[in-house]
Design a protein around this ligand. Structure first.
Ligand code: NAD
Length: 431
């Protein structure tokens, strides 16, 4: 271990946990990675990487000497004073965050009588969770653990860069010593550190994601109006984005947001508000607009093709965004099931998500490349803006497709190029 390195435990090595572990190893710390998924731990131990994230396999390879993998929580607590929790917190059917995995860890804490630990929450957990955990620790008569809320803001697809160069680091904690010890882990990063209390730290994560989701639903509604009045939403967004008070990020119209964070975090914040007696009207609209946006593509297809029964639609891209294999809450899933429900045949290709797609999009014929996906299809819908779709093999596609319609769900293609190749082109909010 380097002289400034700590021994750090990571409980839950999914997208966030594995990136956190690898980046902390890169910063010179020794990390002990624990997960209940024994297959995942076996794969990591053999040198495999269970997720697709650019640069991750290489960085794990580089830091392998500082990373160990285990399924035993005792190993983590025996070797590490600082332990991050990065387990998943999926939505329940009400939209509340499901904290069962978090509390499974808390109730499985090994006997720690002789040592002091810092438990750092990386998972996104509702406001008040820190308090509930303190109560649970007290109930278990554990008084040698400090609790720190340290929400994570990385984005899949650019997770390593985001982790190592964050816009800010948020640390919520009651005990100054624990707060400073966690802050010290990030001391080489050039980012403002906000030291605050636990509820504020918890809320910052939800408020940030909800604000970004609101921006997306807002520009999607602007796009829908643009379609009616003949303006181009890309031009409108560009003009808006020059205004520093607005900013240009998250002003790309499309077929709605998906992924493992925005949908569940927006729903959870709405529930957090509702459970405290406040009806968060704006977020209700953000969610509804997003759901409707995913379905608008179906109407665009019907406008050109008529009823979709027995039509074949090719989906280009399945992952919720480019550069990840993550399909959780992807727009492709909603779209595929709507098309199947309308009696269409659905084919799909994604550069990396195909192995994970069989379970997520049942009834869809999964293909090995773009041309196989569009073979015999009446329309192609660009769902995920993978770089390889920027220049589609339009001439070859035309030879294979039955009808020549491209719906660009991410406004990613050059309309002039697509039209010049003999296709009907329709984007989102493009006149
Ligand atoms: N994915 C993102 O882009 C992102 C970004 C910021 C924050 N977050 C938050 O981080 C948390 C983790 O998200 P993720 O996408 O990495 O989830 P994930 O599903 O990819 O990984 C969670 C991991 O935790 C493991 N796990 C579950 N219960 C466990 C237990 N009791 N003990 C040990 N391991 C256990 C699972 O096996 C899995 O490997 C969530 O709260 C999420 O909201 C995610």
């Amino acid at each position: 271990m380097s002289k400034n390195g700590e021994n750090i435990g990571i409980v839950g090595v999914g997208y966030v946990g594995l990136v956190t572990a690898t980046c902390l190893a890169e910063l010179g710390h020794n990390v002990v990675c624990m997960d209940i998924d024994s297959e995942k731990i076996a794969l990591l131990t053999r040198g495999g990487v269970p997720i697709y994230e650019p640069g991750l396999a290489e960085l794990i390879g580089k830091n392998r000497g500082r990373m160990t993998f285990t399924t035993a929580l005792e190993d983590v607590f025996r070797q590490c004073e600082i332990v991050f929790i990065a387990v998943d917190t999926p939505p329940t059917f009400t939209g509340d965050a499901d904290l069962s995995r978090v509390f499974a860890v808390i109730s499985a804490l090994p006997g720690l009588s002789s040592s002091h630990h810092i438990l750092v929450m990386k998972s996104t957990v509702p406001v008040g969770t820190g308090m509930k955990i303190s109560v649970e620790l007290a109930r278990q008569e554990i008084n040698n653990i400090d609790y720190v809320s340290n929400p994570e803001f990385l984005r899949e697809g650019s997770a390593i860069g985001d982790f190592l160069n964050p816009d800010r680091i948020v640390i919520g904690c009651r005990e100054a010593a624990a707060r400073q010890r966690v802050a010290a882990l990030y001391r080489h990063m050039n980012a403002p550190v906000l030291e605050t209390n636990i509820p504020a730290a918890e809320m910052i994560k939800y408020a940030s994601n909800a604000f970004l989701a609101t921006k997306i639903s807002f520009i999607n509604e602007i796009a829908n109006v643009c379609e009616e009045i003949g303006a181009d939403v890309a031009e409108v967004a560009k003009g808006m984005g020059y205004d520093k008070r607005i900013g240009s990020h998250f002003l790309k119209a499309g077929i709605g947001f998906g992924g493992s964070c925005f949908p569940k975090d927006v729903a959870a914040l709405k529930q957090i508000a509702g459970n405290s007696g406040y009806h968060f009207q704006l977020l209700t609209a953000v969610i509804e607009v997003n759901e409707l946006q995913k379905r608008r593509v179906v109407n665009k297809l019907k406008k050109h093709l008529g009823p979709l029964t027995d039509k074949t639609i090719a989906l280009l891209g399945l992952a919720f965004k480019p550069n990840t294999n993550d399909l959780r809450e992807a727009s492709s899933i909603v779209l595929a099931s709507r098309l199947l429900g309308d009696g269409a045949y659905v084919k799909a290709y994604d550069p990396v998500a195909i192995p994970d797609a069989a379970r997520a999009v049942r009834g869809v014929l999964l293909c090995d490349d773009t041309l196989s996906a569009v073979e015999g299809s009446d329309a192609a819908v660009l769902v995920t803006e993978w770089e390889e779709f920027a220049h589609l093999p339009l001439a070859d596609m035309k030879k294979r497709m039955r009808q020549y319609l491209i719906i660009d769900g991410r406004n990613f293609l050059d309309p002039a190029e697509v039209k010049a190749a003999g296709f009907t082109y329709e984007g989102i909010g493009r006149s």
